[in-house]
Each structure stands twice: as C-alpha cells, then as structure tokens.
Ligand binder design. Structure first.
Ligand SMILES: *[C@@H]1O[C@H](CO)[C@@H](O)[C@H](O)[C@H]1NC(C)=O
Ligand SMILES: *[C@@H]1O[C@H](CO)[C@@H](O)[C@H](O)[C@H]1NC(C)=O
Length: 294
C-alpha cells in the first residue's frame, strides 16, 4: 500500500537544504500559544524552545476530547523531513502555575511508526506550498486524510476510555526522517470527558520517548541518516505506516532502548479507527479501500 521501497535516494546536499527548511506544528487540537505571543514555533525543541511543550502555557482554546472516542489531529508546516514517527500523549501535570519542567509526565496513548505526517514519492523535493497560516507559518498541501502521498496527513487518534476527566494536555511528539536528528513537540490544552478514571491503567501507559534534546542524554542517529524511528515502548495502540529504519553506523550516544528495525511493534486493532468513526471510511482507514484497517 505504501510504495516506500521505491523512494529514491537523495543527495546529501539536498538533505542539508531540507534540514534548513521550515518544520511543523500540530494546529488541532489548538495548541498553547497558537496565535498569542510567545507563539508556538514550527522549529524542533531546543534550548530556547525546550522540552516539554516548548514551555508554552498560554491557553487560547481548550479543546473538549472524548475518552473512549477519538480526536482529530491536524498539522501546519513545511513537512520537508520525509515524514517520520510520532506519538500522541496525555499529561495531567498543571503547567499554568509554575510552567513546565523537564520531569513533567507524558503518557503515550498512540504511536505511529513512519508516514507521520507525510510520505513522499521524492524526498529530495519539498511538498507543494499552500497558503501560510494566520501567523505566517509556512504550510504545504494537506491530504485531509491519513493515507495520502505528497501531502500532510491528518490522523484520528483514539483515546483510552480509562482517562481521568478534567483539564489535561494533549501532546504530539515527532521524530523526523531526514535532516538533523531532532524532536518536535506541540502541546494543546484539553478537557477530557467521559473517562472512567482508572489510575492503574493510566499509570501503566508508557512514558513518551524523548531523544535528541538537552533533556535527554541520547540520540537517534546522525544528520546523515534516514531514520524512520522504531519508537521504544510505543504502547499497544498505534499503526505502522512505513517500515522502520536505523542508522548504518550508530553514534556512541545512540539511544540503547531503540528496538532493531525488524522488530515491529505489535499493536492491537481494538482501537482501529475507521474514518471519522462512523464507519463510512470517508477520510481514514487508509488506501481508499473503504477503511477498517489499522
Ligand atoms: C461523551 O459520550 C457521549 C455518549 O457516547 C457522547 O454523546 C458525547 O459527545 C461524549 N462527550 C464528549 C465531550 O465527547
Ligand atoms: C516539575 O513538575 C512536576 C509535575 O508538574 C512537579 O511535580 C515537580 O514538583 C516539578 N519540579 C520542579 C523542580 O519544579
């Protein structure tokens, strides 16, 4: 279904160029500081935009999300990094009083290996540009589904029914395939509804994977590598949209817990989401087959 075996190799010069270009944010659920200063940046996490959440805490819109349902996740940005792997997580830490700190807990609810948020037929080229957003962030063509090629995808992310109700933070973290080894993170204030609040099950969710940032002591490769990261401890809910890959030569501080590329996660399909959840497969499910797959 995904012609990843046919993706052309690209020249190092092109990679450097790609690495220098604009990146992305999650725009729905509406993140902290989407349009209010200090605005959330499309750049990777760094000393000035630290883990977690680029230290953004200003609530613009708090999105209602449904434990046991699913939430639509959309992105804005350049997406010139050949896609990658991403995670969606929930934090119950309250950043509003003292801000975020690096020990904040983010529990993974869904993991996507490869194809997040795009798959390219020619990774040496940028995606076609689209209208910049209201704050002038660059954007590219969007697929408005979770399977298109050469456009930025969107995903319907299922949420466990055992979440605790009330205010929380929903985060997207992303490891790009091409360019410098980076980590991206956008966080959105949400209110969780319909949860059954099973603390043991919440505690049993894996912690999100953190690498390539000052808050972590390990990396996922070097800038020369094309890495579709096989995210460690991905949890039991997610999808593999493109095969994982690993660097030919691992740097000395390569994260020791990254599974080998051929050890694919086993995701249960109990959480499979077909399209918009009403079963008609109109923008989800993949491959134009009417949906229903994971
Ligand atoms: C809670 O669940 C009910 C019943 O499934 C649904 O109608 C409602 O929209 C849900 N609430 C939210 C905020 O999604
Ligand atoms: C960091 O945040 C966590 C969770 O909000 C909190 O429990 C902890 O006390 C904070 N640590 C520091 C050093 O502020």
């Amino acid at each position: 279904m995904i012609p990843s075996g046919t993706l052309p190799k690209v020249a190092t010069a092109a990679l450097l160029l790609i690495g220098a270009q604009a990146h992305m944010i999650m725009r729905h659920p509406v993140p902290y500081n989407l349009d209010i200063d200090p605005k959330v940046q499309v750049d990777p996490l760094s000393d000035s935009n630290p883990f977690p959440c680029q230290n953004r805490i200003d609530v613009q819109t708090r999105t209602d999300i449904d434990a046991g349902g699913a939430t639509l996740v959309q992105f804005t940005g350049g997406a010139q990094h050949g896609g990658g792997s991403c995670q969606f997580s929930i934090s119950y830490d309250d950043p509003l009083t003292n801000g975020w700190n690096t020990s904040a807990k983010f529990k993974t609810v869904y993991t996507i290996i490869g194809g997040c948020p795009a798959i390219f037929t020619d990774e040496s080229r940028s995606l076609p540009p689209a209208k910049p957003d209201q704050d002038g962030r660059a954007n590219t063509a969007e697929c408005f589904n979770d399977f298109g090629i050469d456009c930025t995808r969107q995903f319907l992310v299922p949420l466990p029914s055992f979440l605790r109700n009330g205010p929380a933070t929903f985060a997207w973290t992303y490891f790009n395939k091409l360019g410098n080894r980076e980590m991206y993170m956008t966080c959105a204030p949400v209110t969780i509804h319909n949860g059954t609040a099973s603390q043991p099950e919440i505690d049993a969710l894996p912690d999100i994977f953190v690498a390539n940032v000052p808050a972590s002591d390990c990396t996922t490769g070097t800038a020369a590598d094309h890495v579709v990261l096989n995210i460690p401890n991905p949890g039991i809910h997610g999808r593999v949209l493109a095969p994982p890959s690993e660097p030919a030569t691992k740097p000395h501080n390569y994260c020791a817990n990254i599974p080998p590329k051929d050890r694919l996660p086993t995701f249960c399909d109990e959480y499979a989401v077909d399209g918009d959840g009403d079963g008609d497969g109109d923008w989800g499910g993949g491959g134009g087959d009417g949906g229903g797959e994971v």
